[in-house]
Ligand binder design. Structure first.
Ligand SMILES: Cc1ncc(COP(=O)(O)O)c(C=O)c1O
Length: 386
């Protein structure tokens, strides 16, 4: 008989690693910044750029204010503008589509695969053919999203995009630390964007993001756009449009500390996910992770036909959970005018997905309780079906 844990259960635990790293390490780093006074883009941000580029094995990394900034800065470097079509996953957080729309481009929403929940390369091909047949938009870029931390079918997507003269920007905002055929997130597509929002696998204490870049030219363009399009040789000459996209130095100091435990945290997320995979009833659908790939498990998400009932049941049992995402982006009010394609898999996923507690510090007995309760719910319906 498994009993309910005494302490409240968390869906995420953004503070737990402070105990492992030691709060004094953060305070020492903050004190140094207070002393040197470079609060925006201080030397800690450059150290973080270097460490992240080394970790991801990319030529450059440009840390910035958020994942949304990272997506937007990468698209700015490619001069995405009105009249351009940007093909984007719809089963995602809104920012994946918001970035091209902010630049005046037209988002073309792509359906997901029912098992991986990620961009369906076959639907991408269909959408490209439709846009070509209409002849109104210029094919510009594809933004596949590694949903919940799980890598997309990059070989297929990159080939389709490149065959059609387009670049691929990986939205790795949820997947920093994931691996695709030996390559770490950041190094797989033409450019990649990640987020350091607190609940992400590498989470800061506030907003933050980074662009991963492989060419000198794109590096210069992204870093210029990050500070209002500043010229590299004359800081008072702005040679292109840009934004306030700098990273706060305190945030870089936090992330430098968090990086010291990141590999261990990824291993722990993986162990927890494997236990869910093995012990949760087959009544629940599990997200398929591609062969030769590993997810960084920003979220652990199942599918369940009676999702809303399961949510109520878990709430009653003191188990927090969330429906990420209850509305595909193409169905949201601000995106209605681009809701031109039928995306049945995204629609179905939005009604059936449920994310359950996932963080590296989830204790084994708490996870046992979550699994027991989920399986208790499943057995009621399995018994009915028998
Ligand atoms: C898939 C995806 N893309 C983009 C973003 C935007 O990142 P941020 O919140 O750091 O702007 C997020 C963040 O939640 C995300 O999950």
């Amino acid at each position: 008989m498994i009993t309910k844990p005494e302490k409240p259960i968390n869906l995420f635990d953004c503070a737990a690693s402070q105990k492992i790293i030691g709060q004094d390490k953060f305070l020492d780093a903050f004190k140094k910044i207070l002393d040197h006074g470079a609060y925006c883009q201080g030397h800690e941000t450059r150290e973080l750029d270097e460490k992240l580029a080394q970790y991801s094995k990319t030529k450059y990394c440009a840390t910035c204010g958020s994942g949304t900034d990272a997506l937007t800065l990468a698209l700015m470097a490619w001069d995405v503008k009105p009249g351009d079509a940007v093909f984007v996953s719809s089963f995602t957080f809104v920012a994946s589509a918001e970035a091209p729309v902010l630049l005046g481009a037209t988002p073309v929403f792509i359906d997901s695969k029912p098992d991986t929940f990620n961009m369906d390369p076959e639907d991408l091909k269909r959408a490209i053919a439709e846009v070509k047949a209409e002849g109104r938009l210029n094919l510009k870029a594809v933004i596949p999203v590694d949903i919940f931390g799980s890598p997309c079918e990059y070989d297929e997507i990159i080939k389709i995009a490149h065959d059609n003269g387009m670049k691929v920007l990986s939205d790795s905002c949820q997947s920093y630390g994931s691996v695709y055929y030996g390559k770490k997130a950041g190094s797989i597509a033409d450019m990649s964007a990640t987020s350091f929002y607190p609940t992400k696998p590498l989470g800061g204490y506030g907003d933050g993001g980074a662009v991963f870049i492989n060419s000198d030219e794109e590096n210069e363009l992204v870093k210029s756009a990050r500070v209002h399009g500043m010229s590299p040789s004359d800081r008072y000459d702005n040679v292109r449009l840009g934004m306030t996209g700098r990273m706060n130095t305190f945030q870089a100091a936090v992330l430098l500390q968090k990086l010291t435990v990141f590999e261990q945290e990824l291993k722990d997320r993986y162990t927890i996910a494997s236990r869910y995979d093995n012990e949760l009833s087959s009544y629940f659908g599990k997200q398929k992770i591609l062969d030769n790939c590993s997810s960084s498990y920003a979220l652990y998400t199942i599918t369940c036909e009676n999702r809303d009932e399961l949510m109520a049941f878990l709430k009653e049992a003191g188990i927090p959970c969330g429906a990420y995402y209850p509305r595909p982006v193409n169905t949201q009010t601000a995106y209605a005018k681009w809701n031109t394609r039928k995306l049945p898999v995204c629609e179905k996923l939005s009604k059936t997905v449920l994310s359950i507690p996932m963080h590296p510090y989830l204790e084994a007995d708490v996870q046992s309780y979550i699994i027991a309760k989920m399986n208790e719910f499943a057995s009621r319906y399995e018994a009915k079906a028998a």
